[in-house]
Design a protein around this ligand. Structure first.
Ligand SMILES: Nc1ncnc2c1ncn2[C@@H]1O[C@H](COP(=O)(O)OP(=O)(O)OP(=O)(O)O)[C@@H](O)[C@H]1O
Length: 291
């Protein structure tokens, strides 16, 4: 059975003058999944999320969110939570006003969950938002994003201000809550190894184009480094897609995508090692940049 995707993007572009921030991209986001929107600085992650949340107009193409155009569509936008680090709040707002706004705006808001997150992150509910530290502001965004339980939730690197302990808390709470209340979550980040275990699906954007759109598990198993004498490495990797090659003294190390026979590698004294999601993204991005 196929279910309608939560987001469907067809041939979408967004230009700012001569800059193509998003360049003819097409992809779907399915119902219930944790997506990693990965890419280097300036790749187009924020612009893409702004397009999906109706905060920017596409220069071309079609965007459907929950089956409709998101622009000025309150029916759709009530189902969408977009947490970004640069979030602005009215000057007079205290933390508790932001939480109240969340409760009023989001139909699925869970007040008890919000309170437990406020306690976890030790947020001062009576303090003016403009007096919060950067980390506290991030924690407030994360709290709203999680407690909103929106069917489509975007986190645009809101955790950059969080310290390592708070970031781990965010990842733990997200996973636990997602298990009980599945929804579609998009995490944009360049802290790829940190979110590597959370992500079910990878969308890699590079200079406005989607260059990878794959299940994370499939990717993890597909890419290996093969280290040994050059002739043996060549022989074992003949049917693979080579992403990178380097010479380490007498040894060659190739990063390849595809099946490398483990038994034959052992016999040839060639070492196989799995590649982390972070390394994989770096290799693919570097190759795209070179081509
Ligand atoms: N309002 C704007 N006016 C002009 N150019 C813009 C505007 N917004 C984004 N851009 C440009 O579009 C490109 C993509 O920017 P975007 O913020 O989407 O990237 P990003 O992947 O989110 O980057 P980062 O990880 O650094 O936040 C960049 O070249 C940026 O300078």
């Amino acid at each position: 059975m196929t279910t309608t995707p939560v987001v469907s993007v067809q041939g979408v572009s967004k230009r700012f003058g001569s800059v193509a921030a998003v360049d003819d991209v097409s992809f779907d986001l399915r119902r219930n999944g944790i997506y990693g929107l990965l890419g280097r600085n300036g790749a187009g992650k924020t612009t893409l999320m702004q397009l999906l949340t109706g905060q920017q107009f596409a220069t071309g193409g079609t965007i459907r969110v929950l089956g409709a155009d998101p622009v000025e569509n309150s029916q759709v936008l009530r189902q969408v939570s977009f947490v970004k680090e640069s979030q602005r709040y009215p000057d007079t707002f205290k933390v508790r006003h932001v939480l109240l706004a969340g409760r009023l705006l989001f139909p699925e808001w869970d007040e008890a969950f919000a309170r437990s997150l406020v306690a976890d992150f030790q947020l001062p509910v009576g303090r003016l938002v403009k007096k919060l530290s950067r980390g506290m502001l991030s924690a407030l965004g994360v709290t709203v994003g999680l407690a909103s339980r929106a069917p489509l939730t975007f986190f645009d690197e809101p955790y950059l201000g969080l310290d390592a302990v708070s970031r781990q808390l965010f990842y733990d709470r997200l996973l636990a809550d997602y298990a009980e209340h599945p929804r579609t979550v998009v995490l944009s980040t360049h802290l790829i190894d940190e979110v590597g275990d959370l992500i079910e699906h990878v969308l890699l954007i590079e200079r406005g184009r989607i260059v990878l759109d794959e299940a994370a598990d499939a990717l993890r198993g597909q890419v290996v480094t093969v280290t040994g004498p050059a002739p043996a490495v060549d022989r074992l990797t003949v049917n693979t897609d080579e992403l990178h090659r380097e010479q380490l003294g007498p040894l060659t190390r190739a990063t390849v995508r595809g099946a490398v026979p483990a038994g034959a590698a052992r016999e040839a004294g060639v070492q196989l090692e799995p590649v982390s999601l972070q390394q994989l993204v770096v290799r693919i991005t570097a190759r795209k940049a070179a081509s």
